[in-house]
Structures are given as structure tokens and as C-alpha cells.
Write a new protein. Structure first.
Length: 83
């Protein structure tokens, strides 16, 4: 048995579901903001806030991934080895 971990890949179906879910959520939010009975500046503020939230979520997920895969990361396949 080898001690080298293989790179875990997501399936095409999982990737497609994640992309579709993101697209549906963004479209629903955009439609909701557009249909909101409020002044244009309120709708614009909400749209900018949603875009800021999305970019922050992408940045946070990248930072977390980089920290987990970076140097000094504890490998998940050998939890009882000394480092």
C-alpha cells in the first residue's frame, strides 16, 4: 500500500450541480432585487451588497483551501504520525 495520497477529484455531476446551484441562487436574488418595490438606490445598494458578499465568499473559500493545501498542512491520510 502506498503512503502517497492521490489527488481527490470531484465528479462532473457534482461540479455541474454546484455551478447550477450558484447560477439559480444568483438569478433568484437578482430577480428578487429587481422586483422589489423600493427606490432605485435601495435596489442598487442591495445589488452591490450581494456582489460584495459573493466575491468575499469566493475569496474566503480560496484562503481556506490554500491554508489546507499549503506547506505545513497536516495530511489527512496519516492522523497519528508525528510531524
Amino acid at each position: 500500500m502506498s503512503d502517497t495520497p492521490g489527488k481527490q477529484q470531484n465528479t462532473a455531476a457534482f461540479y455541474g450541480q454546484a455551478v447550477a446551484s450558484f447560477a439559480v441562487a444568483m438569478a433568484a436574488t437578482a430577480i428578487g432585487i429587481y422586483q422589489l418595490s423600493a427606490d432605485a438606490w435601495v435596489r442598487a445598494f442591495l445589488a452591490i451588497a450581494v456582489l460584495y458578499l459573493v466575491t468575499s465568499a469566493f475569496t474566503l473559500s480560496k484562503v481556506i483551501r490554500d491554508r489546507q493545501e499549503g506547506p505545513g498542512a497536516v495530511p489527512s491520510y496519516a492522523p497519528y504520525e508525528k510531524h
